[in-house]
Design a binder for this molecule. Structure first.
Ligand SMILES: Cc1ncc(COP(=O)(O)O)c(C=O)c1O
Length: 415
């Protein structure tokens, strides 16, 4: 790739490119992964031989952070050069449609490179996710087991401990070994481990970033149908490993393979699609829940025989804000007071409109809406029942009148 001439008005944003950097040289071929086949990836890095001090630019420091960590200079410079105009597209990657063909080619290449690098078989999916590795502490149990399922955790440091604590919210995890009492200085012998025979997975942190404890080989789950899950955040792509030993591997990118913001998950495809019911499933799922909640409330209003009214046309009724009025507006104050006693607040309509308004945003549970509906039905005990019984009385009177009329007419006919 040629260096971009820095002659545009935004030159100050683009630091000087160093002609001597590796990315300007021909592609380098690496031997990596468990595959014996060499392959090349174009985003090459100078890892051959002993790193020379001279290859380190004077305006860069040596950053020993545990992550976000130092990135290869040649990668930074290539990103810098491509940021202004990605391969003649006239825009940077940050401006492209994430569904467009340019971005797709970037992400597909990233996946293909990773598959080649780690020799990832076809029956594994590679996911580039947001939320950091921390999100996987919840995502793993949410996707791999049900609330009553047993799972095993090997705790060799504080990241493994955090993962275990998060799993407690979603299933029945057991710590099969904990190195805390020894200040996390070792990994246990696998022979003595009391692994659960029915655990859906065995979780470990392949490299505990804080304590510096790294697994050099891996245990096998106690359950022959269970899988091994590893948090590889801080040693991902630092050495070859056999992906097929694992059901799921996750790693925040910000240590060995990129900047922060991406978490890579490599997961056996058959493990996908069994998420617990409570797992957030994107906006389609959110919409379904909101439709259900709003449906329950609007139905109750519409079936109240006019006692409650929603003024909005049915086809455009909001799933978020449900305005309604009471047939007897003088009861509104009492409605609000009684609702508050029942721990339901902020039901007063906007001052410019009056009436009531129930805002049922995403976090409002169905239980909350159901409580409001049953309050609706019971409120105000008397008025609503009187209202209802008036209907019944009117119907009964009408029937009786008809009956008498009929009898009169019948008697009249006989005389
Ligand atoms: C081993 C390990 N797991 C998980 C995490 C959390 O990663 P993130 O910050 O991407 O959520 C870290 C962060 O340093 C880590 O070192």
């Amino acid at each position: 790739m040629a260096a971009t001439p820095l002659t545009n008005p935004h030159t100050p944003l683009l630091q000087k490119t160093h002609q001597s950097h590796a990315f300007l040289k021909p592609k380098t071929t690496f031997h990596y992964g468990t595959s014996s086949k060499p392959f090349s990836i174009s985003c090459s890095s100078t890892i051959q031989g002993r790193p020379s001090l001279r290859s380190h630019s004077q305006d860069r420091i040596f950053n020993f952070a545990a992550g976000p960590a130092t990135l290869p200079e040649n990668v930074l410079l290539k990103a810098q050069a491509e940021l202004y105009n990605w391969r003649g597209s006239g825009m940077s990657v940050m401006e492209m449609s994430h569904r467009g063909k340019d971005f797709r080619s970037i992400i597909e290449k990233a996946e293909a490179d990773l598959r080649a690098l780690l020799n990832i078989p076809e029956d594994y999916a590679v996911l580039f996710l947001q939320g950091g590795a921390t999100t996987q502490f919840a995502s793993v149990p949410l996707n791999l087991c049900q609330p009553d399922d047993a799972v095993d955790y090997l705790v060799t440091g504080s990241w493994g401990d955090k993962a275990f604590k998060e799993a407690k919210k979603y299933c029945k995890p057991k710590v099969v070994w904990n190195g805390k009492s020894e200040n996390y200085v070792r990994v246990p012998s696998f022979d003595g481990l009391e692994l659960s025979p029915n655990a859906k997975y065995l979780h470990l942190c392949a490299n505990e970033t804080i304590y510096g404890v790294e697994f050099k080989n891996y245990p096998v789950p106690g359950n022959p149908n269970g899988v091994l899950v590893a948090d590889m955040s801080s040693n991902f792509c630092s050495k070859p490993f056999d992906v097929t030993k694992f059901g799921l591997i996750y790693a925040g990118a910000q240590k060995n393979v990129g900047p922060s913001g991406v978490c890579i998950v490599i997961v056996r495809k058959y493990l996908i699609g069994n998420a617990q019911e409570i797992t957030p499933g994107g906006l389609k799922e959110v919409e379904k829940k909101n439709e259900r909640k709003a449906g329950v409330l609007y139905n109750a209003i519409d079936e109240s025989k006019g006692f409650y009214r929603c003024p909005v046309e049915k086809s455009v009724r909001s799933l978020m804000n449900v305005p309604f009025t009471l047939e007897k507006s003088e009861l509104e104050g009492e409605f609000l007071k009684e609702a508050e006693k029942e721990k339901m607040v902020q039901l007063k309509g906007h001052r410019s409109v009056g009436g009531m308004r129930a805002s049922i945003y995403n976090a409002m549970s169905l239980a909350g809406v159901e409580k409001l509906v049953s309050f609706h039905e019971g409120f105000p005990g008397k008025a609503y029942l009187i209202h209802d019984s008036l209907y019944i009385t009117a119907i009964v009177l009408l029937c009786l009148c008809t009956h008498f009329m009929f009898l009169l007419w019948f008697d009249f006919g006989r005389t």
